[in-house]
Design a protein around this ligand. Structure first.
Ligand code: ADP
Length: 300
């Protein structure tokens, strides 16, 4: 196959590993900088231009789209889709996963366990919103935040009210969530490929911190997950229509609660802590997808 990895840089661990794994399995792999692609969207024959070339001979793409370029990134993926190129994750599924509120609404419709979460526009309803999620301690999250930025723990109702009002004053979209104390600063990252959780790790926050993000000094260790956790991770991935996802869940007294579903999950933490060749498994999955699309579309 000829595979394009859509990524801002070929020096990122995940990008490097995917290039390596693709070539090791006998494929031609190229890294394409998403933001350098441009296209004529009205042309009858959809095409993507890149530098002085036309990208018209790829069989599959692996999108690695950072949160800050979701809008343009999903447009580029959509253009590839219109050309009949398979994408590891579809553009529409990536858009769903990127919107924290939209994903929680979709997961809730499927009956998947979630922390009690509230959302409001008007600042007049702040006290009611706090009551709705069971009062302090509670977590306030900026909808646009990533890597734990804009995630605040408010220990009292008064603190919660001030923080919510301050965010709203700045016109920021936030959600308010019950604080899952019993998770004790840890969360579980399940790496899903197709119908399988292929690797999982437990991330624990550093002392004095409740956010377990590795970017915030959290540490990772391999963990075995329960059947319930596996089913929750697979259900969440399916509900958003993703093929590959990093599903983050909290271990609560009432079972696994999904916090977030990541559509471009990093490979560094998961490969280092589990010793598994996750990049190789992604390429193997892409081969299966390509075989299936060749059979159904009769190309090749
Ligand atoms: P981001 O997408 O910015 O990483 P998350 O929603 O994943 O934000 O939150 C960052 C971290 O904060 C999580 O990995 C988890 O450790 C902690 N956390 C988030 N929400 C809760 C919650 N409701 N209860 C307990 N801890 C939480």
């Amino acid at each position: 196959m000829k595979i394009a990895i859509l990524s801002r840089s070929s020096n990122i661990y995940s990008t490097k590993r995917l290039v390596e794994a693709g070539r090791a399995r006998g494929h031609e792999v190229e890294v394409i900088d998403t933001l350098k692609c441009y296209m004529n969207i009205t042309s009858k024959k959809p095409m993507i231009h890149y530098q002085d070339k036309i990208l018209d001979d790829f069989d599959a793409i692996i999108p690695r789209i950072g949160a800050s370029i979701t809008f343009y990134g999903t447009a580029v993926i959509r253009q590839f889709e219109m050309m009949g190129v398979s994408s590891l994750n579809e553009s529409v599924a990536i858009s769903r996963a990127r919107d924290k509120l939209r994903s929680l609404q979709l997961l809730s419709r499927k009956g998947i366990g979630l922390p009690i979460t509230g959302f409001a526009h008007s600042t007049k309803m702040t006290q009611e919103l706090i009551k709705l999620v069971g009062g302090a301690p509670l977590v306030i999250k900026l909808l646009e935040g990533t890597q734990g930025k804009g995630v605040v723990l408010a220990e009292t109702d008064g603190a919660a009210e001030s923080v919510i009002d301050a965010f709203r004053e700045m016109d920021a979209n936030i959600l308010v969530q019950e604080f899952i104390k019993e998770a004790r600063g840890s969360d579980i990252r399940c790496f899903v490929i197709g119908d399988e959780v292929v690797a999982s790790m437990k991330r624990t926050a550093k002392a004095g911190e409740f956010r377990s993000n590795l970017h915030r000094g959290g540490s990772a260790e391999v963990v075995s997950i329960t059947k319930e956790e596996r089913l929750a991770a697979l259900g969440a991935t399916k509900a958003l229509g993703l093929n590959v996802a990093g599903v983050d869940l909290l271990r609560s007294d009432r079972g696994p609660l999904i916090m977030e579903v990541n559509s471009s999950p990093g490979l560094n933490g998961i490969e280092t802590s589990t010793g598994k060749d996750v990049a190789g498994m992604i390429i193997a999955y892409l081969e299966k997808m390509d075989k299936h699309s060749t059979e159904t579309k009769g190309r090749g």
